[in-house]
Design a protein around this ligand. Structure first.
Ligand code: PMP
Length: 414
């Protein structure tokens, strides 16, 4: 309907052209990690077969080339999120490391007893635990803004949690357990009005929508490459230059210094101050290639396609007896979390796997969300640019099988 030829893009993903348990693979676990296009796989292979050398301060040709490719990827990331300056792009292992970096470098040095950190009830554990560690170190206080039964942040309650003691707000752009898209613009406005800085956990947002950090005016933005069709083990922390500049290093080692004596060490300039040791060079360059790929399709086209899949799946879900959607927010991105009456989500996942359908079952590293809905786990199907309506049909055919099997079991037991 919008000129998005999914079969054409799908052909770029070699892993999808296989069968599992004799059935075509239907990969619907994209929120955990997405598959990689040929271009990214080739880029990794080419890096190690043609380019591999350590970067920065190299006096030989390979080192120069590797450095150019590495710094070129930094530029691609800057453009991808529309940051104003390459110095604001710090390469880390992933979202988790980015958040820990901010907690330890920004928070640990600035926060005092009674200072408040405001989170939401829908955060991933990686946007909860680093702040709890910081609480133990500094005596800071954690506050949690609640969600409603649709899985939406209650903005009025969020606003009530803000006060002059709020030093930092750490919030997911998109919830990985519910799919809810947070009103991030408004959240940032409200937090800034109270003088708090804002860290956005963008792990589940960047694969599904165009992100513009200058337009958002967020202070920190974190994401992972592997959910964005890029390699594992590489991610990005964006931070405003003036904030990063004032922060002490997170780790010490090579590349993050400008001068070392046993008496005193001078730190390197941004962003190298935060990139101690040899980076995941292949990962960085591969991430750059993944961004090229996504931008060639266009995030708006991807978003439209995924919205169509989600709307289709949601319609089908309403006709399935005993199926309960967890997360029915107005604004959702690419995630269908659900339960089936009388069936444990792990059984749903196992039976679907026999049909070639890969989903995730569990608490999705968001146990407070499970607690809110008073469930232990959900089954979660999550969509990517290469998924099709036929695959949604396969998911629901599998769900019918699950219901059939458990219905029969219950009738047998009665
Ligand atoms: N935040 C959210 C919302 C996530 O979905 C994830 C990954 N499941 C993370 C943080 C952590 O990302 P990573 O494991 O790549 O560091």
């Amino acid at each position: 309907a919008f000129g998005f030829d999914v079969q054409r893009w799908r052909a770029d993903f070699p892993i999808l052209q296989q069968t599992v348990h004799g059935k075509p693979l239907v990969y619907l676990d994209n929120a955990a990690t997405s598959q990689k296009p040929h271009s990214v796989i080739d880029c990794e292979r080419r890096y190690y077969s043609e380019l591999n050398a350590n970067i920065h301060r190299s006096v030989h040709e390979l080192g120069e080339r590797a450095t150019a490719a590495f710094e070129g990827a930094r530029m691609k990331v800057r453009r991808f999120i529309n940051a104003g300056d390459n110095r604001e792009i710090v390469f880390v292992r992933g979202t988790t490391e980015a958040i820990n970096l901010v907690a330890q470098s920004y928070g640990r040095n600035l926060f005092q007893v009674g200072d408040e950190i405001l989170l939401t009830e829908m955060e991933h554990h990686s946007n909860i635990v680093p702040w709890q560690l910081l609480r133990e170190q500094t005596g800071a206080v954690l506050r949690v803004a609640p969600i409603n039964d649709a899985g939406e942040l209650m903005l009025d309650e969020f606003e009530k949690c803000l006060n002059p003691r709020t030093k930092l707000v750490a919030v997911a752009h998109v919830s990985n357990a519910l799919g809810s898209v947070n009103p991030i613009h408004r959240i940032i406005e409200l937090a800034h009005a109270m003088g708090a800085v804002v860290l956005v956990d963008g792990a589940q947002a960047v694969p599904h929508m165009a992100v513009n950090v200058q337009d958002l005016d967020c202070d920190f933005y974190a994401f992972s490459g592997h959910k964005l069709y890029g390699p594992t083990g590489i991610g990005v922390l964006y931070g405003k230059a003036e904030l990063l500049d004032a922060m002490p290093p997170y780790q010490g080692g090579g590349d993050m210094i400008s001068q070392v004596t046993f008496k005193q060490t001078l730190y390197n300039v941004l962003p190298y101050k935060f990139e101690a040791g040899t980076s995941n060079i292949a990962g960085v360059i591969g991430l750059g290639t993944a961004l090229d790929y996504v931008q060639a399709l266009g995030l708006d086209s991807i978003a439209a396609h995924e919205h169509d899949l989600l709307a289709y799946a949601t319609r089908l879900a309403h006709d399935v007896p005993g199926m309960r959607l967890i997360g029915t927010a107005q604004d959702k991105a690419g995630i269908l979390s659900f339960t089936l009456d009388g069936v444990h989500p792990h059984d749903i996942g196992t039976i679907l796997d026999r049909e070639g359908v890969a989903i995730r079952a569990g608490h999705h590293c968001a146990m407070p969300v499970m607690e809110h809905f008073q469930i232990a786990a959900t089954a979660r199907a999550s969509f990517a640019l290469y998924n099709t309506r036929d695959e949604i049909d396969a998911l629901f055919a599998g769900i019918d099988k699950v219901i059939d099997m458990f219905g029969r079991q219950q009738r047998g037991a009665a």
